[in-house]
Write a protein that binds this ligand. Sequence first.
Ligand SMILES: Cc1cc2nc3c(=O)[nH]c(=O)nc-3n(C[C@H](O)[C@H](O)[C@H](O)COP(=O)(O)O)c2cc1C
Length: 190
Amino acid sequence: MARRRPQVVIGVCGSIAAFKVAVLHKHLRDHVDCTVAMTPSAQQFVGAQTFLALTGNPVITSLWEPSYAKPKHIDLADTLDLLLIAPATANILGKAAHGIADEAVSTLLMSVLPDERPVVFAPAMNTRMWKHPATRDNVKLLGKRGCHFVYPESGDLACGWQGEGRLAEPEVIAAHVLRLLKVDAKKTAR
Ligand SMILES: Cc1cc2nc3c(=O)[nH]c(=O)nc-3n(C[C@H](O)[C@H](O)[C@H](O)COP(=O)(O)O)c2cc1C
């Protein structure tokens, strides 16, 4: 009998790095099933249709979908094995740290307990946003609650800066996710 593949939900936020989720998915797709949820800002950067085509699963762009009999955030939270927020904005870190649930991704974050299923943040932002005391406090608080981080790298940023804040390489994020799920990429490759 075929083994159930791990279910990963990727919450995509409003960063130029949102397009890199397509590459991230390429590194995950042979090992896990992915569903994408997008904040309204994320949808300014990449169309939901792209993630629908790549993952083969409906993309969650809103909580308000009359075809969802059960609230979609609860449905996903009940079935996912890992929640990955990538790219994670300064805004979503703040909302997650303070329990704000006002759209699909932040509501999903509030519906998953980090001591029950791994919650992973891969932040991407301008260096000053990353170094801001509010962001530092939010990262510390989320880490204390058991959330995982794939920290951003230093390099050229889309905003013209050079410094810390660039989304970690998609293969690095994928390796972190697979490690947390205890997936042996060599054995599960299709
Ligand atoms: C062109 C552009 C690029 C942006 N890139 C980032 C980014 O990489 N990281 C970040 O934290 N915010 C970035 N922002 C700001 C966020 O999109 C903004 O704070 C938004 O409210 C985040 O919403 P979300 O967290 O719900 O996706 C960017 C904004 C613009 C206009």
